[in-house]
Design a binder for this molecule. Structure first.
Ligand SMILES: [Fe+2]
Ligand SMILES: [Fe+2]
Length: 319
């Protein structure tokens, strides 16, 4: 293990893996102009995600909708997923660059180099997602400020170096791994609108490397540190993990955005909680998030119980 007292570190084996990812990234960078056929139309008559992955599929609310309304709901849910990527990924480059300016010289050269690539790739991803929303005429959703989630996000955004940098690496990993598992589960099947499907796959190719980087660094950190050193990190993450996984089941802002009256009012907390707890949503989270839940459990980062999300104010869309 290289320099255990460094702010971030990795085993020789993992440095070797990072080095090979550096080479792959430099050989095949995503180019915004080429990544999607931007001169072609996004076909809003085709579904952007599998109907059975809708937040309300299998509930009485889904049954009430016409086929056209169901399609509109699927497009808005897809817009939420893209919006979350935008808001997460535009937050990462400043955080990673702030780590590098503070202690880049203390890191293994492979870690320093890969964090720069990581930041650069997220900027291009953000540009791609923004251009896609605009081209598809979709809104940019706001990430609701749930308490556990907001606490970690706010701290990392406003004073990233007040916490050990492994916290920033791990928070990034948790958010983008969950978002990736969700996106691939919802879209990489037959019958999905082709540009949407292609976009999520192009993103996934870069993200597999980002997830590998985060996992390797976190695993080495958790293997090397004492229980006493890990306890504050576990205490910070456990309340936030539930917020992240539950958010994928439903975001109440959709009620403001449909062209018809959405069957669930945005302040109807009982209905929203019932939808989040639906059989289909419970099954979806168990299936799509199995890999990350197993990993978090192994590192003792999963809460014993996921607390149902409360109601937070929903502001208008941002662009
Ligand atoms: Fe990304
Ligand atoms: Fe990423």
């Amino acid at each position: 293990m290289a320099a255990l007292n460094a702010p971030l570190f990795a085993s020789q084996e993992n440095l070797h893996v990072i080095n090979s990812m550096i080479n792959t990234s430099h050989r095949s960078p995503m180019l915004l102009g080429d990544v999607l056929p931007w001169d072609e139309m996004i076909d809003r008559s085709a579904p952007p995600k599998l109907a059975s992955t809708s937040w309300i599929y299998g509930t009485k609310y889904w049954e009430q909708l016409t086929e056209a309304q169901r399609l509109e709901v699927l497009w808005l849910e897809n817009a939420r997923d893209v919006s979350f990527f935008i808001q997460l990924e535009q937050f990462l480059p400043p955080m990673y660059m702030s780590y590098l300016t503070a202690f880049g010289a203390a890191l293994a050269p492979e870690i320093e180099e890969y964090m720069m690539i990581f930041a650069k790739e997220e900027i291009v991803h953000t540009q791609m997602f923004r251009r896609y929303l605009e081209k598809a005429n979709l809104p940019n959703f706001v990430i609701p400020q749930r308490p556990g989630f907001a606490h970690v996000m706010h701290t990392l955004e406003h004073s990233p170096r007040s916490l050990p940098p492994i916290v920033g690496v791990m928070w990034t990993l948790v958010l983008e791994w969950a978002a990736e598992l969700n996106a691939v589960h919802c879209t990489q099947v037959d019958g999905i609108e082709p540009i949407t499907k292609q976009m999520f796959w192009a993103h996934h190719i870069d993200e597999v490397r980002h997830i590998t980087f985060g996992r390797r660094l976190c695993e080495d950190y958790f293997t090397s540190k004492s229980v006493e050193e890990l306890t504050p990190i576990r205490n910070l993450f456990k309340p936030a993990i539930g917020d992240v996984l539950e958010e994928f089941k439903y975001t109440e802002q959709i009620s403001d955005l449909t062209s018809f009256e959405f069957p669930i009012h945005k302040t109807d907390l009982a209905a929203i909680r019932a939808v989040r707890a639906s059989e289909n949503n419970t099954r979806l989270n168990a299936v799509r998030f199995k890999e990350i839940i197993d990993w978090l459990t192994r590192l003792d980062l999963m809460p014993e119980r996921i607390v149902p999300l409360g109601m937070e104010p929903v502001s208008s869309t941002i662009n």
